[in-house]
Design a protein around this ligand. Sequence first.
Ligand code: GLA
Length: 388
Amino acid sequence: MKYPENVITAFKAQFGHPPTLVVRAPGRINLIGEHTDYNQGFVLPAAIDKAVYFAAAPLDAPRLDCLAENFGAFVRIQLTDIQPVAEGWPNFLLGVYDELQKAGFRPGGVQLVMGGDIPAGAGLSSSAAVESGMLHVLNHLYQLNIPTLELVKLAQRSENNFIGLQCGIMDMFASQMGREQCAIRLDCRSLAYEYVPFHAEAYRLVLCDTAVKHNLADSEYNTRRATCEESVRLLQPHFPDVQSLRDVTPEMLGMAQDLLPPLHYRRCKHIVTENARVLASCAALEQDDFVQFGALMFASHDSLQHDYEVSCPELDFLVAQARTNPAVAGARMMGGGFGGCTLNLVEKNSVEAFEKAQKAAYLKEFGVELHCFGVSLVEGVGVVRSEE
Ligand code: GLA
C-alpha cells in the first residue's frame, strides 16, 4: 500500500475511526545557495515528491496521541506543560505546539498517524516537513487562520528554540511554498520570493545518498553560523552598513582579506560568492541554460568544500566522479553538509548509466551501497483529504 492510504489505514486500526484530515508535507532540495539563508542571502530551493503524510483527528483532551508509522512507535503526551521528551522524534511535534502557545494560540489535542518516504538523515529536510505539516494540521483542525508565511516562521522558530538547531528559513519555506516544476528564488532578508520555472526537459535531477549521517552537523552548523556573525562584527567598524554577510560586496571581500582572520575570510568568501552564484543561476535558468547552471553547481561545491568546509570525503568523491561523466551538467553537495546527498543534473537518457557508474565507484571506494533516485519538483504542503 502507498502513501497516503497506508497512514489512513494505520489511523483506522489505531484509533477505531477514520481521520478527519490528511496532510502532505514535502521534503526539499536546494538547487543552489547553501548556508546563505541565515546570512540573510539568497537561496533557490524546491519542494520534492518525497513527503511526510499526516492522518489526523481532533481530540477532546489536551493530549497528543501519535503513531509514527515508519518505525511503529506510539506516544501519548500531555500538552499542558510541554517539555522535550527522551524519544526524540515527538519533539518536532511538541516544538510546534510550544511555539503556537508562545504566539498566543491554543490548539487542542490531536490523534495522529505520521509516516512518509523522505529518507531520514539524507539532508532532504524531513524535520522541516514534520514541523510544517504539523502546523498545517493544527491550523486546519482548529481553524487558527494563520497565513502560510507565518506558519513558515513558526516552523523555523520551533526548530531554533525547541530542537536547538539555529537553522535558517529555507527548508520550511520550500516545504510550504513549493510549486510544481519550479524552484523558489528567496531573498532570506525580505522574504521576497519569485518562482523560477525549472524546464529541464533534457535533464533529470538525481540525488546520490552517501548514507553518511551528519552527526557533526548540528554543532558544526551552529559554529558556522557563529563565525559568520563574528565576521560581521569584525567588519562593521570598517563597513558600518554591513548588517549581515549578505551586505558584503565582492569589492569589500577583497579588502576583508586584511581585516579578517583567515578562517573567517574563507567563510565570508563562500557566502559572498555563493549569493552571486544564486543570482547567476536564476539568470541561467531563465534562459534554460543548463550548461551554465551546471557549471555554477560545480563551483558551489568547490566553495563548500574548500572555503566553507562543510563537505566530507564521500561527498567530494561523488562530485569528483560526476565531474568526469560527460552526461552530468553539474553536481554538488546539498544542504547542511557533513553527509547527506549530492545533487546531480544528469542528461535524461543517461540517468541509468550514471547511477550504475556512481554505485560501482562508491562500492569500490567505500564498500557501501549507494542509493540514487530522481526527484521532481512539486507543490508545497497541502491538504490531501478533509472531511469538513
Ligand atoms: C540546513 C538548514 C538550512 C540551510 C542549509 C544550508 O538544511 O536547515 O536552513 O542553512 O542547511 O544551506
